[in-house]
Design a binder for this molecule. Structure first.
Ligand code: HH2
Length: 267
């Protein structure tokens, strides 16, 4: 899953793809590099980011979704907490709704996803406000608490009519977590995988990698790859990344090693 932030202020690629043509070009580059999914977002969720109005978010993402969601292209996922944005994006061709609030910000989003027959990715975030989530996050047992949250959100989605097989779950790396919490979630990811739904993980360029390596955002590719391979080995299957080519190579090698099966790329 390649990240495409159509925002001025995302923590890593903010301002690079606000222009629709630049965003569409980048989506094509990520698809050519091996991304199956392009995740389009119009609101940053980094701590301290300012909320974006629905008209503004629609204006940012819908022209991009329309132009990427063409036959033969990557599947489009819409990264939003707003039901109106999810609905318009699905009408424009998005087939996955990626909601970092896991249907808490807009519970009606679940029914919209169900009605559209779309998939959804439900993520754990501590509390409900990204601006405050990094203020002294605490858990008794981070993995059990994230797991219980995701199980409850899965039940909610299914009760609202979303097909269980259309739900992906994500522990929400960096969303109200210390370095130790993030590492423990990756180390014990098999416990989240045991819920029985595909697990997505988003570590790409995040600050805990900078804390561990001393590297700036664009230099965190190796750290990102390390976490993706470890998460793959523990059962994760969807990897949300800015740097698609190194992630695809690493996961291809990891997959061949773990399964003993591989295909030789034709180009
Ligand atoms: N992380 C971010 C945004 N959306 N969605 C899922 N499912 N999992 C994640 O870990 C995740 C996510 C934050 O990263 P980014 O989009 O690069 O930054 P920003 O929120 O500043 O736009």
């Amino acid at each position: 899953m390649g990240v495409l932030n159509v925002t001025p202020d995302s923590f890593s690629d903010g301002g690079l793809y606000l222009d629709t043509a630049a965003a569409v070009d980048h989506a094509k580059e990520m698809a050519a590099a091996g991304a199956d999914i392009v995740d389009v977002g119009g609101e940053s969720t980094r701590p301290g980011a300012e909320p974006v109005s629905e008209p503004e978010e629609l204006e940012r993402v819908i022209p991009v979704v329309e132009r990427i969601a063409t036959a033969g292209g990557p599947r489009v996922s819409i990264d939003t907490r707003k039901a109106g944005v999810a609905e318009a994006a699905m009408q424009a061709g998005a087939r996955i709704v990626n909601d970092v609030s896991a249907f808490r910000a807009s519970p009606e989003m679940a029914g919209l996803v169900a009605g559209a027959g779309a998939h959804c990715c439900l993520m754990h975030m501590l509390g409900d406000d990204p601006r405050k989530m990094q203020d002294d996050p605490r858990y008794d047992d981070v993995v059990s608490e994230v797991k219980a949250f995701l199980e409850e959100r899965l039940s909610f989605a299914v009760a609202e009519g979303v097909l269980e097989e259309h739900v992906w779950l994500d522990p929400g790396i960096g969303f109200g977590k210390t370095v130790a919490h993030n590492l423990e979630l990756i180390r014990r990811l098999d416990e989240i995988v045991a819920i029985g739904r595909p697990v997505a993980i988003g570590t790409s360029r995040k600050s805990f990698l900078g804390r561990l390596t001393g590297r700036s955002e664009a230099e965190r590719v190796a750290g990102t790859v390390a976490t993706n391979v470890l998460a793959y080995e523990r059962g994760a299957r969807i990897f949300r990344v800015h740097d698609v080519a190194p992630a695809v190579d690493a996961l291809r090698v990891a997959g061949a090693t773990v399964t003993g099966e591989w295909t030789i790329p034709t180009s």
